[in-house]
Design a binder for this molecule. Structure first.
Ligand code: BTN
Length: 149
């Protein structure tokens, strides 16, 4: 039993190193972005479809902010190690809609980060107002647990 201990230790370390080396991005979980907005992504299905909820920290609308649903799709992780994805946030408190597209990366510290770009479409009363109805921007998201580390 005494001789088996170093062997088990080596096996344990080797398995640990392997699991770090193959660490892949997973969208499932809780995320916070550089604006302080929070989102929760529920299980990503085998075909890449996912749902979730988004609580924005900021709004272009004066109305009270409410948690809003996410509908998205992720390229399946067996295609490439850092998957691309897109999702829509259907705002529950205003008549605008946002689409995000981005990619999940594992940074040099082994932490997952979502780099995204978005379009926020507000409702235009008439076609002549169309030119000012869409905002564009970037957001970076970090996993909430790691944000608090
Ligand atoms: C609205 O103002 O019409 C609805 C809320 C929009 C919030 C935007 S979406 C892009 C950016 N990223 C965030 O986390 N919040 C803002």
């Amino acid at each position: 039993m005494v001789q088996a201990t170093p062997l088990l230790l080596v096996l344990f370390l080797a398995l640990g190193a392997h699991s770090l080396a193959v660490k892949k991005c997973s969208l499932t979980g809780q995320w916070r972005n550089d604006l302080g907005s929070n989102m929760t992504i529920l299980e990503v299905k085998e075909n890449g479809d996912f749902t979730g909820k988004y609580l924005t920290a900021v709004s272009a609308s004066p109305l009270k902010i409410k948690e809003s649903p996410i509908l998205g799709s992720q390229r399946t992780t067996n295609e490439k190690k850092d998957p691309t994805f897109g999702f829509t946030v259907h705002w529950n408190f205003t008549d605008s809609i946002t689409v995000f597209t981005g990619q999940c990366f594992v940074d040099e510290h082994g932490k997952e980060v979502l780099k995204t770009m978005w379009l926020l479409r507000s409702h235009a009363e008439q076609p002549i107002d169309d030119w000012k109805a869409t905002l564009v921007g970037y957001n970076t998201f970090w996993r909430l647990q790691e944000f608090m580390d």
